[in-house]
Ligand binder design. Sequence first.
Ligand code: GAR
Length: 202
Amino acid sequence: MFKIAVLVSGGGSNLQAIIDSIEKGHLNCSIEAVISDNEKAQAVERASKKGIPTYVLDKNSYSENFGDKVLEIIDGRVDLIVLAGFFSILKGKILSKFNNKIINIHPSLIPSFCGKGMYGIKVHEAVIKAGVKITGCSVHFVNEEIDGGAIILQRPVEVKFKDTPEELQKRVLKEEHNLLPEAIKLISQGRANIINGRTEII
Ligand code: GAR
């Protein structure tokens, strides 16, 4: 069975989408651990409710060593690390140990509206401010560059003139909830391969 760890910081609707996908039989994998950098995250509650081993790591205590602490918990236990609304930056050994085995969901069409400081609702605020007509979401591999790893899947979403950031976020999240389980499935089936910085889906 393909095993994953899911890292979260907030509401956990993407975590829920993964759980639902597994329960419906669309995704054949098991969530071995949920790790949060925020004890108040609703995601923690969602995981505990399902009996998934859940760990809360205080990002202020670990800061630079956060990645090492995550590695300590999951090393040898999982095939893939999924960042599902996770707002800390992973650094250090974990990136080489899990080379091409960490993915992240981002609420825009990378390489637009991403990078340092661009997360959650801030992304949708920036999208509306820029006046672009199309946004969306992306799942990509994680490397040292923030939101810079090879893109696996993307889905477009139309920006309406009267959209508030919250309204836009809601429509993008709906797409995210399909996209993230789909990306996990492709990887678990060995169907997403990085070639020269791009991902070939076979
Ligand atoms: C999602 O929109 C996710 O793409 C975004 O945070 C939200 C978390 O929602 N992630 C980032 O911005 C990462 N740069 P959720 O907690 O309900 O899944």
